[in-house]
Design a protein around this ligand. Structure first.
Ligand code: HEM
Length: 185
């Protein structure tokens, strides 16, 4: 895979403006994050289950929902702790999460509103706990970085697969996409 998760993480941090102040604020509120993680998971999966297509995916395998509750709680907590200070371990983990969704066939159309559900719910929880708007902004920024990883995985996996199968260069592939997009306008 051509994408280097660590480099991608650094690029996103700069682009989104995820700073050391955000990191300090998240770390300082990690204990609060773990108190709401279970409730966040419940809201998240209740949202996904409202859609038949997603509900079918969630229940397609024995024990999947149980596993997902655990992985969501872990994922949510990692946004606050940063694992290795939002370093390579964090980036590799986020990249893997992206690949898992691509492999299962869960498209961007599902992932984007799902992340919006997380951001909205966390905002409500923060308000109820009387916590600062700064924390909401920091969480919003790390959620967008995590989302960018999942979205980028779709592009990387499909382009790499086509280039591998056909032997096309990246330049040729990009030209074909742009010609294809122009013809669809
Ligand atoms: C905000 C967006 C999302 C986040 C943060 C998220 C988080 C995660 C995480 C952390 C995992 C575990 C990955 C691993 O095994 O390493 C996972 C797996 C999975 N997610 Fe998501 N997810 C998101 C969106 C969705 C959506 C929209 C669906 C649609 C149904 C979905 C369904 C699944 C399924 C089926 C698995 C694999 C479960 C298994 O059998 O192990 N996710 N997700």
């Amino acid at each position: 895979m051509s994408l280097d998760p660590h480099v991608f993480m650094k690029t996103m941090e700069t682009r989104i403006g995820f700073t050391s102040d955000d990191k300090a604020l998240l770390k300082a509120n990690a204990a609060w994050g773990s108190t709401i993680a279970l409730q966040m998971a419940e809201v998240f999966y209740a949202y996904l289950a409202r859609d038949k297509e997603m509900n079918d995916i969630l229940n397609a395998k024995e024990g999947r929902m149980h596993r997902l509750n655990e992985t969501f709680i872990e994922w949510f907590g990692e946004m606050f702790t940063g694992m290795d200070d939002w370093g390579s371990a964090y980036a590799n983990r986020r990249w893997r999460i992206g690949l898992v969704h691509v492999q299962i066939g869960i498209g961007p159309q599902h992932v984007v509103p799902a992340m919006a559900t997380v951001v909205n719910e966390v905002g409500k929880q923060l308000k109820a706990a009387g916590l600062s708007e700064d924390l909401r902004d920091s969480l919003g920024r790390i959620c967008m970085i995590d989302l960018a990883f999942i979205e980028q995985a779709y592009v990387e996996v499909s382009s790499q697969a086509v280039m591998r199968e056909t032997g096309w260069t990246e330049g040729l592939f990009k030209r074909m996409i742009s010609t294809g997009a122009a013809s669809l306008k």
